[in-house]
Design a protein around this ligand. Structure first.
Ligand code: GLP
Length: 279
């Protein structure tokens, strides 16, 4: 695991958008695993800007989202389908046939989960999985006690998660009680994982995820088992880490600085992949 600490949230988002753009430039039919959440908005904004201003090409890219609420239709403004469409897919030239989210309206939710796994496998697996982290340390909607080998499935949402996401709904009572989510095992199979966390409210969970013991109570700790995982943080989200200085010293030798504003795609695409063996 590698930990990258940036001085602010904007720089941290840039540090996530940058390797996505480079991976895409190196493999135009990249299979991206995507996440929702407010933290991701700055990453998608940056990718949309690079598409519009510098021609970053998503035409052959394939995308699989982590999760979706049960019972929300794709055109429901609170659904993750809607979020992805508005925040990202509508802003780039990705082929709608190549965008995938689990269908929380499926008649047979179990079959939907099995088929989602099959579709990921039929696309030869996820090259680069982008992740946020919930206030209880969840990845996707893998709530406490999710097995590290779990697959895409129906998950009952915890009260912490429902409270965290309540501001995005007209009223707290409208937050769904269930979701479909890729499993921890599904996520760990991605060839590379890239997690972004910003802000003080994530600091405690980030420290537990990175430095704490492995536990199914905090599913993000499973990333410690992943052979190619990078965690990008702003200073606030990094503020509870014990080995903060060590991470900062280590990273500088491995990880390129993000491109400066205005110095986009040409430098994005001309750089080598950041770490040996990664996408
Ligand atoms: C939801 C999503 C997670 C995401 C989390 C963080 O729970 N299912 O995938 O990581 O929100 O959201 P935010 O970035 O808004 O803190």
């Amino acid at each position: 695991m590698e930990v990258i600490i940036q001085s602010n949230a904007e720089m941290a988002a840039r540090m996530v958008a940058d390797p996505i753009a480079r991976a895409l430039a190196g493999k135009p039919d990249l299979v991206l695993g995507l996440a929702t959440g407010c933290t991701m908005e700055a990453v998608y904004d940056q990718l949309v800007r690079w598409h519009q201003e510098a021609g970053l090409d998503f035409s052959r890219c394939r995308a699989f989202n982590l999760d979706e609420y049960v019972g929300l239709a794709a055109n429901d403004p609170c659904s993750y389908h809607y979020f992805m469409q508005q925040r990202f897919f509508d802003g780039v030239n990705i082929d709608p046939r190549n965008t995938h989210l689990p269908d929380g309206m499926a008649d047979d939710l179990e079959a939907e989960c099995v088929n989602y796994e099959k579709l990921i496998a039929a696309n030869d697996g996820i090259d680069l999985q982008v992740l946020g982290i919930g206030l209880n340390g969840h990845l996707g909607f893998n709530e406490p006690l999710s097995a590290f080998r779990s697959r895409t499935r129906v998950q009952t949402l915890s009260w912490v998660t429902r409270a965290q996401n309540a501001p995005l709904f007209p009223s707290p009572g409208q937050v769904p009680r269930h979701a479909l989510t890729m499993g921890v095992g599904t996520i760990l199979e991605a060839r590379r994982c890239l997690l972004l966390a910003t802000g003080l409210e994530k600091a405690d969970m980030v420290a537990k995820a990175i430095e704490g013991p492995l536990t199914a109570m905090i599913t993000a700790t499973a990333l410690q088992l992943h052979p190619a995982c990078t965690i990008v943080l702003d200073k606030e989200a990094a503020s509870s880490l014990k080995e903060n200085d060590h991470y900062q010293r280590n990273v500088s030798t491995h990880y390129a600085a993000p491109n400066l504003p205005g110095n986009h795609l040409s430098s994005v695409t001309s750089q080598k992949p950041l770490l040996a063996g990664q996408v």
